[in-house]
Design a protein around this ligand. Structure first.
Ligand code: F6R
Length: 241
């Protein structure tokens, strides 16, 4: 079930997402599912500000990230591990041993997928933060990914690599071709989801997620079957609803 909130600008969108987050992190040992990309950066900034001004503590909170590029080390400046540390973890009191980001390095990525899924055994994410790709992907589950998928390796589409080239000197050739990602079934286990989308280039994907048919052609449409999804949009992303 969707609770749809439409706001005028990115700052207001981030504030609405933060309200959802703040309710959840009141439970001091909650579990967060976290995303990278541009969409949640404003939310993370508000979490940092709140930690510094209100003393909200993350010391007993555990987190699992959705995805990571394959073939770049965690220390790479564009790895999602680095992104999470720069944009959130380094500025709050979460413990390094409590953060989990898939590992896209090594000879046996298949095993890394199995290990990541195992690390979540017996864990229920209280709040999953999501963005959405312009092709309707969530995490790196590109169109065609089965709804029952667990953590797996994904070939990134040309469109996703083009969208993400802005982080790689606008050079698509530098964007990794594969990612390790939580599957759609892994994501759907979360108790509650907050999805953030802004900008006109997300309008079709947002429409497909909310009003389109339930189809793997739009992976985000699986969220139609989740009991508790707050979607926070700006007017441009909501323009087709
Ligand atoms: C990142 C992720 C992706 C992004 C999506 C939107 O962890 O899971 O699904 O949320 O590609 O990216 P932005 O927010 O950069 O538009």
């Amino acid at each position: 079930m969707f609770n749809i909130i439409i706001k005028d600008n990115y700052d207001e969108v981030s504030s609405e997402a933060f309200k959802v987050m703040k309710e959840v992190v009141k439970k001091k040992d909650c579990v967060l599912g976290l995303a990278t990309g541009s969409s949640p950066v404003g939310l993370y900034k508000k979490m940092i500000a709140d930690h510094k001004s209100e003393g909200t503590s993350y010391k007993d909170i555990r987190s699992w990230n959705l995805d990571e590029y394959v073939g770049i080390p965690h220390t790479h400046e564009q790895s999602y591990y680095t992104f999470m540390h720069e944009n959130l973890f380094d500025h709050i009191d979460i413990k390094e041993e409590n953060v989990h980001v898939p590992c896209g390095e090594g000879d046996n990525i298949e095993q890394n997928c199995i290990d990541y899924e195992k690390s979540m055994e017996g864990v229920t994410v209280d709040l999953q933060v999501l963005g959405i790709g312009s092709d309707g992907h969530i995490a790196f589950n590109e169109p065609g990914t089965p709804f029952d998928s667990l953590t797996h390796i994904m070939d990134l589409t040309e469109q996703t690599r083009q969208d993400n080239a802005r982080f790689f000197d606008n050079d698509i050739n530098q964007v990794p071709t594969h990612a390790i990602t939580m599957g759609l079934a892994s994501i759907m286990r979360a108790r509650k989801i907050v999805l953030i989308a802004t900008g006109a280039n997300k309008a079709d994907a947002v429409y497909g997620m909310i009003k389109g048919e339930l189809t793997t052609d739009c992976p985000a449409s699986i969220l139609q079957t989740h009991p508790d999804v707050t979607v926070v949009l700006d007017k441009e992303a909501a323009s087709r609803l």
